[in-house]
Design a protein around this ligand. Structure first.
Ligand code: HEC
Length: 117
């Protein structure tokens, strides 16, 4: 009767006292530096892009907007209104004209040149 109990105690003690090698080897944690491409983090264009950079990057990237098809100015106006009214984008009213100008200039269709002759 005592033998199985002794065996269990011995086994338990062995497991508790001895630490397996894979537990003893602590992983080395090293800090790493990663350089992300700066390209798509902001709208390009310097000062002209300030309004759009200040108001339009909270929910999606500049790249996402710049990869949209070119649109007529009136459609860009509607997109900006949709961001504000439907998606609740906190856009400063004073910045709205500059944002629309930027979009019409960089992603606009030249409506005049497309008009039928
Ligand atoms: C409060 C969050 C928020 C902000 C701020 C925001 N947007 Fe959006 N935007 C969205 C959401 C949500 C969508 C829809 C994404 C989807 O359909 O996958 C979207 C989609 C778009 C699209 C894709 C076309 C479309 O009509 O869905 C464009 C272009 C766009 N936004 C431009 C802008 C511009 C310009 C601004 C700054 C005036 C802006 N967004 C600010 C939330 C935001």
């Amino acid at each position: 009767m005592r033998k199985p109990i002794t065996a269990i105690i011995c086994l338990t003690t062995t497991l508790l006292v001895s630490t397996p090698a894979w537990v003893q080897e602590q992983p080395q944690i090293k800090s790493t530096t990663v350089d992300l491409p700066p390209g798509d983090s902001l709208f390009p264009g310097g000062k002209e892009a300030n309004a759009i950079n200040n108001n339009c990057l909270a929910c999606h990237s500049a790249d996402m907007v710049l990869n949209q098809a070119a649109l007529p100015r009136t459609t860009w106006e509607a997109v900006v209104r949709k961001m504000i009214n439907i998606y609740r984008a906190p856009v400063d009213d004073a910045d709205v004209p500059a944002i629309i100008d930027y979009l019409a200039k960089t992603k606009g269709t030249n409506e005049q040149s497309r008009a039928p002759r």
